[in-house]
Design a protein around this ligand. Structure first.
Ligand code: SAM
Length: 251
């Protein structure tokens, strides 16, 4: 039986492709692509020509049956998305699940992903983080979603469309506070790569006044909330007793 190779492609810079990805493309009998034109030009850039079959969210289930048949015939099937790692805010999960369920193998060909690229250069503490992917497009639902990270002690990574980035940052300022530290990572690995690191309200102002910031692809990182200052109520009893003693003797 053949295997399904879930293969990562660059998120911008065409040099960010692995040797294993190139070998995988060469070996493939069939390449499943989101937009066959996008993958066609990527392959052309590497001098590779392959049979491309469209795999999108709406046909993933029915394509799974064909893919399983191809794998049982011993074919090598490679799945890619338009950019980055398939299955990460991109189609792929249902197909992988069906292939595993059929007793066949799914093999990751690891590579670029915008979430990891943004985090890795952010300078933030990434010991723990939450990847949320795309926030709801409507303001009400988006604010409700944001609300849950009010006291988060970990960074939250979101993907956002450029035409919604301003609204989204405004909503962060409104729900999580004007001072919440944010990082906007834009056009990663490309010519106009930018990292803006500002409190929410200032970032909104910056995006509003510079329309370039509303172009291209972007990752928004909402940093952890500042630790809550200790109040007298939250101190342990021995500390409170000591404070009382000191208060009595100090001028
Ligand atoms: N599967 C992809 C991955 O592994 O990163 C993500 C696909 S998702 C449909 C596309 C979103 O990823 C964009 O809207 C943007 O938020 C983010 N993205 C992709 N490439 C990017 C880049 N070069 N710079 C910043 N964000 C990027």
């Amino acid at each position: 039986n053949g295997s399904l190779y879930v293969l990562a492609t660059p998120i911008g810079n065409l040099a960010d492709v692995t040797l294993r990805a190139i070998a995988g493309f060469h070996a493939a009998d069939i390449v499943l692509a989101e937009d066959t034109r996008v993958t066609g030009s990527l392959l052309a850039a590497y001098g590779i020509s392959k049979k491309l079959v469209s795999l999108r969210e709406h046909n993933e289930r029915e394509m799974a049956a064909s893919v399983i048949r191809w794998l049982q015939e011993g074919k090598i099937v490679v799945q890619v998305s338009d950019a980055g790692t398939p299955g990460i805010s991109d189609p792929g999960a249902r197909l992988a699940q069906a292939v595993w369920a059929a007793g066949l193998r799914v093999v990751p060909v690891a590579g670029a992903s915008a979430v990891i690229a943004a985090l890795s250069a952010s300078g933030l503490d990434t010991a723990r983080f939450l990847f949320h992917g795309f926030l709801p497009p409507k303001r009400g639902q988006r604010c409700k979603t944001l609300q849950q990270w009010q006291d988060a002690d970990y960074a939250v990574v979101c993907y956002e469309a450029p035409h919604r980035i301003l609204e989204c940052v405004e909503d962060v300022a409104a729900t999580l506070g004007a001072e919440r530290p944010l990082i906007l990572a834009r056009e990663l690995t490309k010519t106009f790569e930018t990292f803006l690191r500002l409190p929410a309200a200032e970032l909104a102002e910056r995006i509003r006044s510079d329309s370039n910031q509303q172009r291209g692809e972007c990752v928004l990182i909402i940093d952890a909330a500042a630790p809550v200052a200790q109040t007298a109520d939250s101190l342990p009893a021995p500390a409170l007793a000591l404070l009382a003693e000191l208060a009595a003797v100090l001028p």
